[in-house]
Ligand binder design. Structure first.
Ligand code: AHG
Ligand code: MN
Ligand code: MN
Ligand code: MN
Length: 333
């Protein structure tokens, strides 16, 4: 019998039936993020013809030059979350400070969202995959009041949900809750995300490693040794494939499906690595752990245990298949 695939909404409603204590607020929030993602997707798909390629002519708080699509995605997501009745505030890679939604309904919502509205923006102009990353926490401040900075500076282990959208050869939304990781593919004919990758699990090991090799000689020696684990020297050595897309969402999506490890170590001027703890590393680490993988910041720290000191903090990351991350950890500690 041909079974009809479930849409994101149908799936989250089914989940609610299975967990009677649930209020449906997280499902509502995911739906609102999914809607914003569909709007961004439309723009990404016509980027070449809609005068949306190129620079916006500004520099963001990270010191990066902002692209028009960075700005568009940021605005779409913030507007959706502002309209949503399930979110009381948002922090974004593109905004210096967090934004508190101060209407009566939003002030009474229990969730805050942190996001990288457009990841891999260096790939926009060359038609290579880009993405969006999001992270959801329960607020610490009392309902009914404006949210506070502390609501956003919780360790990753406190996440309620996290996920990404990949605008690739197809558009997918993948999210993790404390229970599982689920993947949905956008069916353009009905404009809905449909469950295509239920209960995703990352292979324990594989033959792919991903790191920017251009900086190899700038990495510390222990990091070079970790990378050397995957470099064949003699015929007969295990051969690994090296991949580096330049978009964390793509690296993580490939890792989730095919296994492997993605690293972004510290080097040179990036004394804490390049990727952002709150917008990139925490959500991806939560998702990877829920899929059976692992993520560390260095030889001794599980990434999700780190309490952020500030919104735009950067952190080194080693993430992916459990056995490969463990092998790296032995080498760098
Ligand atoms: P963003 O576009 O959100 O600023 O993030 C880009 C990040 C990340 O996705 C990617 O892994 C990394 O930048 C690539 O940087 P380099 O090419 O400089 O190594
Ligand atoms: Mn950026
Ligand atoms: Mn990014
Ligand atoms: Mn970004």
């Amino acid at each position: 019998m041909n079974q009809r695939v479930m849409t994101l909404d149908e799936f989250t409603i089914q989940e609610l039936r299975n967990y009677p204590g649930a209020t449906g607020q997280l499902s509502g929030l995911l739906r609102d993020i999914g809607l914003a993602a569909k709007r961004v997707n439309v723009e990404v798909n016509k980027a070449g013809i809609a005068d949306i390629l190129g620079e916006a002519g500004k520099t963001n708080v990270q010191g990066e030059s902002v692209k028009k699509l960075d700005e568009f995605a940021n605005d779409q997501l913030i507007n959706s979350l502002r309209t949503s009745i399930y979110c009381c505030g948002v922090a974004s890679e593109e905004n210096e400070d967090f934004i508190s939604f101060d209407d009566d309904l939003s002030r009474n919502s229990k969730y805050v969202v942190l996001m990288d509205p457009l990841d891999g923006s260096g790939n926009i102009d060359v038609n290579v995959s880009i993405g969006t990353i999001f992270s959801v926490y329960r607020r610490l401040s009392p309902n009914g009041q404006s949210c506070t900075l502390e609501d956003f500076l919780q360790p990753g282990i406190m996440q309620i949900a996290a996920g990404y959208i990949i605008y690739g050869s197809s558009t997918m939304l993948v999210y993790a809750t404390r229970r599982s990781v689920q993947g949905f593919t956008l069916d353009p004919s009905i404009g809905e995300f449909c469950l295509s990758h239920p209960n995703m699990r990352v292979p324990e090991e594989s033959d792919i490693f991903s790191v920017n090799m251009g900086y190899y000689y700038l990495y510390e020696q222990n990091i070079q040794r970790a990378i050397d684990l995957f470099m064949a020297r003699n015929a007969g050595d295990k051969v690994y494939r090296h991949r580096f897309v330049g978009c964390m969402v793509s690296e993580i999506h490939r890792t989730l499906v095919q296994g492997g490890v993605f690293m972004y170590p510290a080097f040179g001027k990036y004394t804490n690595g390049r990727l952002r703890l709150c917008y990139e590393c925490n959500p991806m680490s939560f998702l990877m752990e829920k899929a059976g993988g692992a993520a560390i910041a260095d030889g001794s720290r599980r990434l999700l245990d780190i309490k952020p000191d500030e919104l735009h903090q950067r952190i080194p990351i080693f993430i992916g298949s459990k056995k490969m991350v463990e092998a790296i950890q032995r080498e760098i500690s």
